[in-house]
Design a binder for this molecule. Sequence first.
Ligand code: NAP
Length: 315
Amino acid sequence: MVSARRELPEQLRFLESRKAQQKSSTESMAGTVCVVTGSTSGVGLEATRRLAAGGALVVMVCRDRAKAETIRARIAAAGGISPELVVADFFDLSQVRAAADEIRARHRRIDVLINSAGLHATRKHLTKDGFEQVFCVNHLASFLFTSMLVERLKESAPARIIMVNSEGHRFGGLDLDDLDWSRRHYTGLRGYGASKTAQLLAVWEFADRLRGTGVTINAMHPGDVRTGIGRNNGILYRLFLHTVIWPFLKDPAISGDALYWLASSPDVAGVSGKFFHLTIEEKPAQHALDRAIGARVWDVSRRLVGLDGGPDPYP
Ligand SMILES: NC(=O)c1ccc[n+]([C@@H]2O[C@H](COP(=O)([O-])OP(=O)(O)OC[C@H]3O[C@@H](n4cnc5c(N)ncnc54)[C@H](OP(=O)(O)O)[C@@H]3O)[C@@H](O)[C@H]2O)c1
């Protein structure tokens, strides 16, 4: 008698992706220019190392020049192409703009853009412009940075954009009428979920607008890996993270390998508007597939980052 294998409901399949065999790529990235945000720690650092080892010139976007210089020296010593540095603090959108301008001025082509800068905060903090910090870095900054580099990516087509997102989008929390949480109680999980939900909804919008241009955009969960995320929070949180959570987390090298596959593999050439758990395609939570809210996310984000009224890159 054949025993029927019990399948998880679609929305819980991500639990299986954790155990799935991941894909990898040995394609050369020689001659390419890859821009990576959040390149000084964790997922972005692993992507930077992997891309440099694969022959790419990596433009490391970072807020801490000294930290990035040390990484750059290590990569060069290991035989990779020495990365370039661009400094910007993503709590300040004017610095995001300046970083994008600097990269556009320096590079005639961009082959890959990986947006990995991100954080998780247990308490609400506002930026000097009044944005909730997690929403600002995880969503608004990646949205603005991508919007400002998209023309260069189109000119360089085929080109790929990868948003480092999270299974944490499943926590929900997005309320476009209360983005600064002045009407609701802020919790770390919901604040994080809101930012990642907005980013995912923006990915579908970008993907639609980029159809036919040769530029793809996908989102990915980088695995559950040991990184610096959460180190901005209090001592009790960090203690909990390191003693209780860390033993269950994996080596962040898997995130670098997955990002390298997404950036280089012919298997994903032309694939756009998808969500991957590392390298396994997955269905996001239902609330992150609501295109009516996505259309509002697009408009609200363009207004908040100061792009409405300016030239729309998508006629
Ligand atoms: N770790 C996981 O298991 C996991 C799971 C799901 C999703 N993610 C996502 O993966 C991405 C990377 O996180 P991670 O785990 O690698 O954490 P991480 O080790 O803390 O790295 C975060 C990176 O973002 C940069 N960053 C943070 N705030 C910034 C700001 N205001 N301006 C400019 N850069 C800023 C950090 O710069 P500094 O080095 O200067 O601090 C660092 O390079 C995030 O988007 C996160 O949501 C991670």
